[in-house]
Design a binder for this molecule. Sequence first.
Ligand SMILES: [Zn+2]
Length: 458
Amino acid sequence: MTRKRIKNFSLPASLFVLGVLLFSNFTNAQAAPSEAPRNVIFMVGDGMGFGQVKAYRMYADDPATDIIEPLPVDGLMVGTVATDSIRINCKGLEAKCTRDPYGVTDSASSATAYATGADTVVGRLSISTSGEIMPTILEQAARRGKSTGLVATSQITHATPAAFGAHVISRNQQNDIADQYFDRKLDGKPVIDVMLGGGLQYMQREDRDLVSEFRSAGYEVALDSSELLAMKGDKLLGLFSPKGMPRAWDRDDKVPDLADMSRVALDSLGRNPKGFFLLVEGSQIDWAAHNGSVAGVVSEMEDFIAAIRVVLDFARKNDDTLVIITADHETGGMSLGRDGTYAWNPRPLHGMKATPRAMTLRYLAGEESLADIVAENVAFKLTVSEIELLNAAAREEDPADEAIAAVFNQRTHTGWTSDGHTGVDVPLYATGPGSARFHGVMQNEDLGRVMWEVFLPE
Ligand SMILES: [Zn+2]
């Protein structure tokens, strides 16, 4: 009967059927769970919106050529992420929660959405709205025998990395987070194999010395750049500052870059034949944007993009690696061009010897003139009104930060609408096996869920 039917088809109808068959084969191939990636590298530029990415692209441009050189991520853009997971506001211990569908997220709830595939209350880390522990993709990867790692330029106990390896009601419980990194065990061993970043003061405290505990448990420990680069083992703990690491442009030789930490993590994790999950965070794009500091943003974007180059290089050599790059939210409402001026100017940022953060710290430490400090660290000549503005700043953190930021924002024509987070979508980049599942506008919890489905199929 089937044969007869086919025989009776007119030529165009046969072609149509053939077309449908070919098309359905094609769509089946697309929809079928393709070979799961062995490794997933998830990279988060904290606070990295389109303004932050473009500011760095313009800064990194080679003015000697006719084009604006693309960034290594530019060809990998697949869509955007809507980070405004339903903001669940709870008050008091007898938590009465209201859901705001239009709320703006924080790093804790957004990282929880990525780590677990579900929303939770702002400020909470991988604990559900009803107070239960939410399993994370990192923990599940470990249960499958994969290696796991966290790399960040904030303290390693900060919200974004912590959402993947700890469970607390408040992101401020950083000592508890540090304790959990050691105490939450799988087969008698800490779950996370590689931890590199800042945060020594949370790991080495009066009440507990987790650094020695990790050492006794077989971890190699590095406290500076040369110790990091000498690491060879499978279990690594690197802590390169008491809290967050210095901004990229402010680091000395003892403090590694995000690219160095990523390379060491990949060398170590890449040896597991079962694969690995690695989170790499450019943590302080957000911190600089909270300060309205365009120079700080560019410093941290430079650090993050350099780490992306290392990761993409690894993924090229290991084509069973899925790389996903995005942000947890935008910070600052950063715009290139402001106040009716049709221009943005990266030139004042070239030749800087330090970020405004370091300049403020020098001023707070007692150096006489803020204008002199700024003048020493930039390649342009300050105007009389800029010198007056800087020297009028009180010797306190906020006024000093704001005065320096004002100079750079004026000169570069950078605008800011907030000193906090904003609800605009953030860029989404993906490459490697499974990357076709990431496209369009994705909610952050959907991105987390799809990452889990692709990486750790049932
Ligand atoms: Zn923030």
